[in-house]
Ligand binder design. Sequence first.
Ligand code: ADP
Ligand code: ZN
Length: 635
Amino acid sequence: MRKMNNVKNQIKNNKKRDTSNIFLMIFGIMFIAMIGRVIFMGGNAPVPTQNGQMVAPTRPIELSFSDVLRRGDEIKTMTINGSDATGVLSDGTKYRATIAYDPELLTKLADAGTSIKIDTSKSWVESVATFAPLVLTLLFIFWIFRGLRGGASGGLSRSLVNQNPTKITTGKPKTTFADVAGIDSEKQELSEIVDFLKNKDKYKNLGARVPRGVLLSGQPGTGKTLLARAIAGEANVPFFAASGSDFSGIIVGLGVAKIKEIFEMAKRNAPCILFIDEIDAIGQKRSTHSYNDQDREQTLNQLLIEMDGFANESGIIVIGATNRPDMLDQALLRPGRFDRQVYIELPDMSGRREILDLYAKKVKVSDTVNLQDLARGTTGFSGADLENLLNEAALHAVRNGRDQVTPDDIEEARDKIIMGPRKVRKMRPEDIKLTAYHEAGHAFVSLMYEDVADPIHKATIIPRGRALGMVQHLPIDDKVSMTLAEVRANLSIALAGRSAEEIFFGSDKITTGAESDIAMATRLARYSITTAGLSKKVGLAAINQVGTFGTRGALENASEKTAEIVDNEIKAWLDAAHADATKHLTKNKKVVEKLANELLNRETLTGEEIREIVFGKKKSTPKSATRKNAKVKKQ
Ligand code: ADP
Ligand code: ZN
């Protein structure tokens, strides 16, 4: 206990010193900013060209506000910073204009396909330079104030790093529900919002209360942003997007100002969608009361005020997205705020099929590619992963001079996404041989349990990522639970690689290559015994506290005696599985050898080929030279 406290104090002291350094740093930055401003104010100095003549750099042309309104069609890009607008015309000319806020302007430009960016960062840099002395004084006061309160959290230093410009993108998206696949019930749920945006008056006349806020939660890449854009696209209203992480800044109150700003903009352009990604960055539960949290709390409060503030019928729908809904402050979820919550799951098999179908239309895919099989083999892939997979496959096809995506390209892309890029490392022949027997062991025992466990998809000795080889299984459908028999089968399959090494190379030649197999088997056994209640000896008690973020939890709810029983039970299960695998392989040594040799020959065998070799439906596998070389040493 005492040691712990000492450590804490040390950390605190360090942090205090850090803070004063940060303070000096800020002072330096301000100083440079002030000087920089003076220098750049005199900007546009003549520059020498190649032939030595001095010419003025091309200045942007000046447009008046009415010019902008009139020539809207010619404007290609526009970055708005307060009342300053800069960008290029469609002929490449740079321009500068002073504009007034006019919703019609934004709509007009958006309709003309202008890419608009609202940049609030630069204005802040400028104001910092202008008001540096004032800000410095304020910072100084805050600094002292923090020192007095004894709270140190490194808030400033973190904010400094996070200081990124708020980019609010806008325009009317062309995205529609047709671009979102595999999540029909979610689309259904959100179509009411579309209807409301389209027919505001119908709802108003009826006096119906329409949600102001919708919270989309789900893992990254499940299409939250896409769905929000599609709602705007379906309703044909402007879409404003900002990210929660943009709202924390170096200066206290910056977040509040930014929230005000985006809501102002939304109000001027209603009906519209205001999308806030990573809303957990603002809306996190209040925990400690450090300096940083106070600022965030103010930002959160401002968000709540704004959401309570606009009239229901104004037609602003705020859509928040998060992958940690559990982290959100309850205040955000009250009626009138984000009272509509839609959880987007990772797509299931039919969802994956639909997403694959959607993107397969955009690349040339050969008829020989079976998208249903691919959907089966991509459990856990998000929509973004699936899109990425087809794209990777297309790239692979191009690299190999094909004009169509073939099953090979798909396999390559899938493996790449699962396991990282193909390894090009040279392997020693004896390592390859051992790997072949190891994988043959997995494959053979898999076949013994095909009626219980997942059917085998392929076995390979081509190294990828950290794996020297692997055996893949294809689940028949999305699994949510396992039977006890299945658990035992999976344990045997997992430990069969090591068994094969022992049987064919001798127990002193076994390798560390089985590391991940053993880890996997131990995890599965531990989970079954301590969490899923599958062990008779331990019973139905849940004694494993699974740690956050998937770390192995301690046996928190177990007495020392129980912990011992658990340890023994895990060992007993693993030993039994190992013995089982060894039994199967010893009994069928010849076939396993054949399988290993075929792997050495062909490097990769499909599930079908493996079945053929083992069950000998067609006894036509050609003998080859390498087979002779691969003669194994018996135990
Ligand atoms: P999130 O916001 O949930 O992290 P995104 O909407 O940014 O995910 O998804 C990234 C990309 O993945 C999308 O632009 C789209 O191309 C693709 N995608 C994700 N989910 C789907 C889906 N259900 N249907 C079609 N495309 C999807
Ligand atoms: Zn293995």
